[in-house]
Design a protein around this ligand. Structure first.
Ligand code: AMP
Length: 122
């Protein structure tokens, strides 16, 4: 099934400047901002600026420049938060229905500042 990106999703609106965000870092191809409903003392979302729905979509369709920029942005945010090296963090990328992804634009969650407990609870 082909990827069908919905440009009306909330992160697309953030990227277009239609909705405010609490920016942590902006690079050529990526944006990091604080989650509006934080689930840890530090809860930052990192998104690519391109129209990618999920990690697998990005990993297969994005350019090398976008992938390098995005990966470096994640590392930079961890450094800015002081969590790596440090007390550590959890990196989550939900995808699709079974991954319980709410916003269909790739984002990784960086959760830090407390012990995040078991990896998965169902
Ligand atoms: P997911 O379930 O992985 O798709 O996560 C979506 C995340 O986006 C949730 O943690 C929401 O709290 C967060 N979120 C939704 N709207 C906004 C917004 N306007 N600014 C920042 N974070 C948001």
């Amino acid at each position: 099934m082909p990827y069908a990106y919905d440009d009306q999703n909330i992160f697309a609106k953030i990227l277009r400047g239609e909705i405010p965000n609490n920016t942590v870092l902006e690079t050529d191809h990526s944006l990091a901002f604080r989650d509006i409903a934080p689930q840890a003392p530090d809860h930052v979302l990192v998104i690519p600026k391109g129209p990618y729905m999920s990690y697998d979509h990005f990993a297969t369709a994005a350019s090398d420049a976008e992938i390098v920029d995005y990966t470096r942005a994640v590392g930079k945010v961890c450094e800015m938060l002081g969590v790596a090296p440090g007390n550590g963090f959890r990196l989550i990328a939900n995808a699709g229905e079974h991954g319980v992804q709410e916003v269909p634009h790739l984002h990784v969650h960086i959760l830090a500042g407390k012990n995040m407990g078991p990896m998965v609870s169902v």
